[in-house]
Design a protein around this ligand. Structure first.
Ligand SMILES: NC(=O)c1ccc[n+]([C@@H]2O[C@H](COP(=O)([O-])OP(=O)(O)OC[C@H]3O[C@@H](n4cnc5c(N)ncnc54)[C@H](OP(=O)(O)O)[C@@H]3O)[C@@H](O)[C@H]2O)c1
Length: 330
């Protein structure tokens, strides 16, 4: 049956302005790093994108290497767009990235103009799009001059292949330099995609403040620590979880260690007292940080997306709750 988006889709999620730009992002965005590749069930992927859109998630985040295999998440997403979203492109913010190893030889990795321009062309072809809304340099390149990498981003915007550009995984000092170069080139820097969760708070050490000062936004990736900040690992490793999937290497048995689980257990108790799940509390907690405009979640099931969007119904913390959380995280 043809998919018809829910007519109430703009009623449940706030849209936050990304820095001083004209772009607004949903407080919760969906990333396709895992669970949207060639190993994953296509119909489940399709249902997740449909449900996300029905709930007001307008922003979908990809990268050239998402899969496995590399490129397969973009291909699958392109197929879903073609099957279900013709006529809805202008209601979506689609991003992709390049910066990690993608093809053999010296031109398929890091941050040269040669790599970034070729990679974006390949991403557009895989998704069957004329342009992406945001294109990111995925990680800093210690060898290519930053001027060249930023010139590639500037060129891509001027070519109309991306409307906005951003960077990801850049530290504070490199971010400052990148913003200055882009300002000189007159292509505004609007967004930094940075890891941020209750268990990973490096952005609080200068990055979010810098972004605020420079009129840019932060989209926080891995906000649930890949599932650790939910109740799923409290009693072992479920068979259908990311940690159990052999083809996913980023979360392993060793990450589910007693020290982390003890913290997670305590956080879970606070979440229960607040009448929400730990996943929900973890999401609204990061959204309190100034300059964080969106929590970029992943999901393996429709029900997770539904639960995570519901988080926004209870986003205020008492000072006492914040203090207790702080004590646990220390
Ligand atoms: N820029 C970068 O370098 C970079 C790096 C990594 C990620 N990212 C972006 O960030 C996105 C999110 O990353 P992520 O998937 O690691 O984020 P995450 O939200 O921290 O983890 C997602 C995983 O948590 C579990 N989960 C989600 N909601 C749940 C719920 N309500 N209850 C129980 N479990 C729940 C699911 O695990 P199960 O699969 O076990 O069900 C899901 O796959 C990526 O898709 C990508 O777009 C960017």
């Amino acid at each position: 049956m043809a998919y018809i988006p829910d007519s109430t889709r703009y009623e449940s999620i706030p849209y936050n302005r990304c820095g001083n730009s004209g772009l607004k992002l949903p407080a919760i965005s969906l990333g396709l790093w895992n669970n949207f590749g060639g190993e994953d069930v296509f119909e489940n992927q399709r249902k997740m994108i449909q449900r996300a859109f029905d709930l007001g998630i307008t922003h979908f985040d990809l990268a050239n290497n998402y899969g496995p295999p590399h490129g397969s998440a973009e291909e699958n997403f392109g197929s879903i767009l073609k099957k279900d979203f013709i006529g809805y492109r202008d209601e979506m913010v689609i991003s992709t990235k390049a910066g990690f190893g993608m093809w053999p030889g010296p031109y398929g990795d890091w941050g040269s103009k040669k790599y970034l321009c070729a990679s974006l062309d390949q991403s557009l072809a895989r998704m069957n799009l004329n342009y992406v809304d945001i294109f990111y340099h995925h990680r800093p390149d210690p060898e290519t001059p930053l001027e060249e990498t930023m010139a590639a981003l500037d060129l891509i915007v001027r070519q109309g292949k991306a409307l906005y550009v951003g960077i990801s995984n850049y530290g504070v000092e490199d971010t400052k330099k990148a913003i200055d170069i882009l300002n000189q080139q007159k292509t505004p820097f609007i967004i930094h995609q940075a890891s941020y969760s209750m268990l990973n708070r490096w952005v609080e050490d200068g990055l979010t403040q810098l972004l605020e000062e420079r009129g840019a936004g932060c989209i926080a990736f891995v906000p649930l620590a890949q599932g650790l900040l939910t109740d799923k690992y409290l009693n072992g490793i479920p068979k259908d979880s990311r940690a159990a999937k052999q083809y996913i290497k980023s979360l392993n048995e060793k990450d589910i260690n007693p020290e982390t689980i003890e913290k997670v257990q305590k956080l879970n108790e606070i979440a229960q007292q607040r009448g929400q799940s730990l996943a929900q509390m973890a999401l609204v907690w990061i959204l309190q940080e100034k300059s964080v405009v969106s929590a970029l979640i992943g999901a393996s099931k429709v029900s997770q997306i539904e639960e995570n969007v519901k988080a926004l119904d209870n986003s205020a913390f008492t000072q006492e709750e914040l203090n207790t959380i702080e004590d646990i995280l220390k």
